[in-house]
Design a protein around this ligand. Structure first.
Ligand code: C5P
Length: 247
């Protein structure tokens, strides 16, 4: 489908922020509450990194990375509490969560030619009734016209601890120190890269979750969305009026 056409189709809530800040939890919660689609945009960079590692393609080899990135089709579904990432008929969610895949994803995500192909695949996820898009540049680059932009932030220590608990629950053995180091390194890479750096959109609502429990973050986000739903319902001209009945 033409990217532009897909872009006009459905409303988007962008949930951006650094690694381990809890975007995934907020996005799944919102998608389930609204009955919308969900996209973990980092999963597309991770799938590409996973493919590159498996076929021994360097994260600097732009032409081969572009070839691997073309026509990526991914499906996301929420099963209970878990997000399934279906690629080529298989759930590869666990395989792409490995830290080495995350580091490689961050390295290859610096190349604009590679990003262009990944962004095309991300925009194809914008379909009715709406999309909750979790990432780094959802509100700035991929969906600059998103109806609502949230930017979650937290200290690097709080994020390393959360990622540690998350990986432990999945059965991976990692040390907190090495996570702290790799998250700081990834932050630096993501915030300082030339193309699409990690930055809050000017019209994003920024929430610092360092001292907030998961439930409080969800409550705050839900209150913001409810306010937005009312605004949209009042805006009779709005082409993408949101359904208040969803909440
Ligand atoms: O979010 P996640 O940690 O899974 O993303 C892996 C890497 O992919 C990030 O460190 C970042 O470099 C890249 N990424 C990106 N833009 C996005 C999502 C992820 O550059 N929208």
């Amino acid at each position: 489908m033409n990217d532009r056409l897909a872009t006009r189709k459905a409303p988007v809530i962008a949930v951006d922020g650094p690694s381990g800040v809890g975007k995934g939890d907020v996005s799944q919660f919102l998608a389930a509450t609204l009955g919308w689609r969900i996209m973990d945009s980092g999963a597309l960079y991770r799938i590409l990194a996973h493919k590159a590692l498996a076929s021994k393609v360097s994260t600097d080899d732009v032409p081969r990375l572009c070839a691997l990135a073309s026509d990526m089709e991914v499906n996301f579904t929420i099963e209970g509490d878990a997000l399934q990432v279906i690629y080529e008929g298989m759930d590869i969610g666990d395989a792409i969560r490995r830290e080495e895949v995350g580091v490689a994803a961050s390295q290859l995500a610096v190349w604009p030619e590679v990003r262009l192909r990944v962004v095309r695949a991300q925009r194809r996820q914008r379909r009715a009734p709406g999309l909750v898009a979790d990432g780094r540049d959802m509100g700035t680059e991929v969906f600059p016209d998103a109806e609502l932009k949230l930017f979650l932030d937290a200290s690097v220590e709080a994020r390393a601890r959360r990622r540690f608990e998350q990986l432990k629950a999945l059965g991976f053995s990692v040390s907190l120190d090495s996570l702290l180091q790799s998250i700081s390194q990834r932050d630096e890479q993501d915030r300082t890269r030339k193309h699409s750096p990690l930055v809050a959109a000017q019209d994003a609502i920024v929430i610092d979750t360092t001292r907030m429990a998961r439930e409080s973050v969800r409550e705050q986000v839900l209150a913001i969305v409810q306010e937005k739903v009312q605004e949209k319902a009042l805006d009779k001209q709005g082409q993408n009026a949101w359904s208040a009945s969803a909440l």
